[in-house]
Design a protein around this ligand. Structure first.
Ligand code: SDX
Length: 435
């Protein structure tokens, strides 16, 4: 065994075996324990995957202790400052930043896939007007393989790429359709003369009764800039719960639309992408600054299930770099926004009080990406129940990048975890008459 290895001894059997210590470009060395069961007859136990790497990946790197986030090696701060969302989506998929020609080609590919099949548009009529948009997203995205079944051979790189760009392109159109359905407004089709974020805002908020020219100027540049930033910050985040779900579904050979639908389901939970919606509900429940201490006390109370939404992270034990960037944009958006947003002041006061509290300091609980994003979405007149949909639009670029990376990797095997069995030992059946 090479010198870079880890020896494990089973004290009950006095057996010892050595396992390779794998080293990546950055980050913790990783013990390759695939042979552990055969060597020492043991499994490892790590229910939340706190210390377990599920795959090799070259897409995103996070250093939770130092608050570092890199997309294909580029710091999130630099990308957030200088890129368009499609530029970042291209980087995540291809591994390199596009030149002008590559970016224009990618933009055209995305625009080419943005429209929905008319039969899919009818699909929405089956939902009640007050269906949660995430429920509609799951249903509609999961059904895409029923409409686009011509390129579903996941062994073909070209078909995989078409599916990936189709997903990135259609998510804003589907999301806007969910919103328009909930308001009873007619669907608005994507336009080839608008960029990704402008198109989304136009599909969400343009009104057919307004003159074309008026609509063209109806899209606020501040809103487009803020949305572009939020989409970049939410694009990818290594092996988070929803991305791991996409990878696990993809490892069975399931079609990419079903895999992305699985990712949307996992993202919906309030412990994950659903937190941005939960943060707004929490701030609205707290209501005023003087009520903050009682809610911080609830968050610290072990007997109270209440958690401070938007705080804490499995990996970041320092500031989430995305939260730092979003906080700054919050100020800019609200400074230009006509509607004064008291929730922002409340969020700032809550952050200040929580970060001074010993409990949050000791447990290294900092604001995460979801703490401020909802406030910007609210300032952009995005309804609260659409917040996680916004997260899903952005994260689709990360999900498809991981799906492409996994399906292109010949060493990919089906994900099939083991367990620590705690149920009944073997026993014989007892007929009903004798129970
Ligand atoms: C996202 O993984 C990713 O990368 C996710 C994400 C991405 O981009 O994909 O970054 C997006 O999901 C961000 C997280 C959004 N979720 C929330 O804001 C919900 C509130 N946060 C918590 O539910 C929690 O912090 C998690 C789920 C985010 C992390 O949970 P962990 O890592 O399992 O931490 P834990 O539950 O083991 O908590 C450690 C301790 C516990 O106390 P003890 O049992 O040690 O006494 O900290 C406490 C927890 O009770 N704690 C909190 C808390 N978060 C953790 N206490 C109060 N409020 C909180 N928010």
């Amino acid at each position: 065994m090479s010198e870079k290895s880890l020896s494990i001894t089973n004290k009950t059997t006095e057996q010892t075996a050595a396992y390779p210590l794998l080293e990546g470009t950055l980050g913790n060395p990783t013990v390759d324990i695939r042979a552990l069961k055969n060597d020492l007859g043991c499994f490892t136990f790590d229910p939340g995957f706190v210390s377990t790497a599920s795959c090799k990946s070259a897409i995103t790197y996070i250093d939770g202790d130092r608050g570092i986030l890199l997309y294909r090696g580029y710091p999130i701060e630099q990308l957030a400052e200088q890129c368009s969302f499609l530029e970042v989506a291209y980087l995540l998929i291809h591994g390199e930043l596009p030149n002008s020609e590559q970016l224009q080609t990618f933009h055209n590919e995305i625009n080419g896939h943005a429209v929905l099949h008319e039969s899919l548009r009818v699909f929405f009529d089956g939902f009640h007007y007050d269906a949660h948009p995430m429920a509609m997203m799951v249903g509609v995205v999961g059904s895409l393989s029923a409409f686009y079944h011509s390129e579903l051979d996941v062994s073909d790189p070209e078909q995989r790429y078409i599916c990936a760009t189709r997903m990135i392109a259609k998510m804003p159109t589907i999301a806007a359709a969910c919103y328009r359905h909930s308001t009873g407004a007619p669907f608005v089709y994507p336009r080839v003369d608008l960029d990704y974020c402008e198109n989304f805002l136009n599909m969400m908020f343009s009104r057919p009764e307004k003159r074309f020219l008026e609509q063209a100027h109806a899209i606020d540049d501040t809103a487009v800039k803020a949305l572009n930033l939020l989409f970049i910050l939410h694009a990818d985040h290594e092996q988070n719960a929803s991305t791991s779900t996409v990878r696990l579904a993809g490892s069975t050979g399931a079609n990419p639309y079903a895999c992305i639908a699985a990712g949307i389901v996992a993202l919906w939970g309030p412990a994950h992408g659903g937190a941005n919606e939960a943060v707004l509900s929490m701030l609205e429940e707290i209501g005023t600054v003087d009520r903050i201490p009682q809610y911080i006390a609830k968050a610290k109370d072990k007997n109270d299930p209440f958690r401070l939404m938007g705080f804490g992270h499995r990996v970041y034990k320092n500031f989430d770099p995305r939260a730092t960037i979003i906080r700054k944009t919050c100020h800019e958006v609200l400074a230009k926004s006509s509607n004064h947003e008291p929730l922002f002041e409340l969020a700032l006061a809550l952050e200040e009080l929580a970060l001074k509290d010993d409990y949050f300091i000791e447990k290294k609980l900092y604001p995460n990406v979801d703490f401020y994003s909802g406030i910007i979405y609210k300032a952009l007149n995005i309804p609260v129940d659409m917040f996680t949909v916004m997260f899903a639009i952005a994260r689709t670029s990360g999900w498809v990048s991981h799906w492409l990376e996994m399906t292109a990797d010949p060493s990919t095997v089906i994900g099939r975890p083991r367990q620590l069995y705690t149920g009944a030992p073997r026993r014989d059946f007892v007929p009903l008459a004798k129970r």
